[in-house]
Design a binder for this molecule. Structure first.
Ligand SMILES: *Cc1c(COP(=O)(O)O)cnc(C)c1O
Length: 378
């Protein structure tokens, strides 16, 4: 008998209340019933994004909103600084290139956060740059970049801040309006506790002005057209009706817990996970750890690829391995979304189990003990 547990940094587990909301009969989208649900979800997104502005809902994975950010705000020939400290940072640069936007790349050692002074230096050397693109939380390395500081640098230099908040919004504090972020994107299958399929994007007034001048080709991801429709409780094309019904419910759950408490829970679960890994002699990969996901170095002599594989096939526990050049070198445990203290104890216990099986030498239970000390109060 095997039970399944999901600790991957997307998709994340879905609460039963949300599954039930999505199991309701499909509504036709050009009806007042749908509009009511859609408007409630839209209002709720403002709360989670900490913004007064519209948050546009798109039917796509998170990357769709990243693409929409570039294609609606920038133009071919524009220069944009891309902070590349992991797979998703590289994605920003790839999207820019696809639209003829010239990326000015800042390559950050994987596992480290970008230094604000370095970005300032690059902006000074490239005064024609229009925007800086980064990840608030770089999921591939478990790194949190200094979003508030980067945003204030962008304001000072008069360039747009374009932030991938896909594993940040609803995980830790990102004050979209207060920090003056120009574009923030997120997706459904991370902290929003939904299946994959929805993406969200929020633009500042300055970003909407840039939309007016953008010359990139666009059709499905035409944000101006979407905004006009969404303000009327409609979408330009057929929306992901069931996911939006789920979104209204997941936001209700987030509101019920309170955003501050959601952040506190993530911070506690992340700390317990980090400390547990250290307690069994493992090293963390990220020098600036994100509360969304903990990246852990595979100890020497252990076949890193086997850790997620055995966990998945034998234990029913899904964690993530390393991506690209980190394949086999790290594993990643998510504590994002519908995750509780008990779940974290289970995840740590499962990691201990597989490491024991692979011959890693440590005191079994030391990680679980450390996690519990933190979770139940030191
Ligand atoms: C998951 C994720 C994405 C989006 O990936 P999709 O597969 O398109 O949903 C983008 N950025 C980050 C940081 C992510 O974690």
């Amino acid at each position: 008998m095997k039970k399944s547990y999901l600790f991957s940094p997307g998709p994340t587990p879905v609460p039963p209340e949300v599954s039930l909301a999505m199991a309701q009969p499909i509504l036709h989208h050009r009806t007042s019933q749908f509009t009511e649900i859609f408007n409630e979800a839209r209002e709720g997104l403002k709360y989670v994004f900490q913004t007064e502005r519209d948050v546009i809902i798109l039917a796509s994975s998170g990357t769709g909103a990243m693409e929409a950010a570039v294609s609606n705000v920038l133009s071919p020939g524009d220069k944009a600084v891309c902070i590349r400290g992991g797979k998703f940072g590289e994605r920003w640069a790839e999207i820019c290139e696809s639209y003829g936007v010239i990326p000015v790349n800042i390559d950050v050692e994987w596992g480290e956060a970008v230094k604000v002074e370095e970005v300032a230096r690059v902006l000074e050397a490239n005064p024609e740059v229009k925007a800086v693109l980064w990840q608030a939380s770089e999921t591939s390395t478990g790194v949190k970049h200094p979003t508030e500081e980067l945003a204030s640098l962008c304001r000072e230099k008069g360039v747009l801040s374009i932030v991938d908040g896909i594993t940040a919004i609803g995980v830790f504090d990102v004050k979209t309006d207060q920090w003056g972020l120009d574009v923030v994107v997120s997706g459904s299958q991370k902290a929003f506790m939904l299946p994959p399929g929805l993406a969200f994007i929020c633009l500042s007034e300055k970003a909407w002005e840039a939309v007016e001048n953008s010359k990139c080709p666009k059709y499905y991801f035409d944000l101006k057209k979407e905004l006009n429709n969404q303000k009327k409780g409609q979408t330009a094309y057929t929306p992901a009706v069931s996911l939006i019904m789920g979104l209204r419910e997941s936001i209700r759950l987030i509101k019920e817990e309170g955003l501050e408490n959601v952040f506190k829970r993530h911070a506690l679960l992340a700390k317990a996970t980090r400390e547990a890994m250290k307690a069994i002699g493992l090293e963390l990969f990220s020098k600036s750890p994100s509360e969304a996901v903990t990246a852990v170095k595979v100890p020497p002599g252990i076949d890193g690829g086997k850790i997620p594989k055995i966990l998945r096939d034998k234990y029913g526990v899904v964690i993530a391995g390393g991506q690209a050049k980190l394949k086999g070198k790290i594993f990643r445990i998510s504590h994002m979304g519908y995750v509780t203290k008990f779940d974290m104890v289970l995840a740590v216990s499962a990691v201990e189990g597989v490491l024991k099986e692979l011959g890693y030498d440590f005191e079994v239970g030391a990680g679980v003990k450390r996690a519990q000390e933190i979770l139940w109060g030191e």
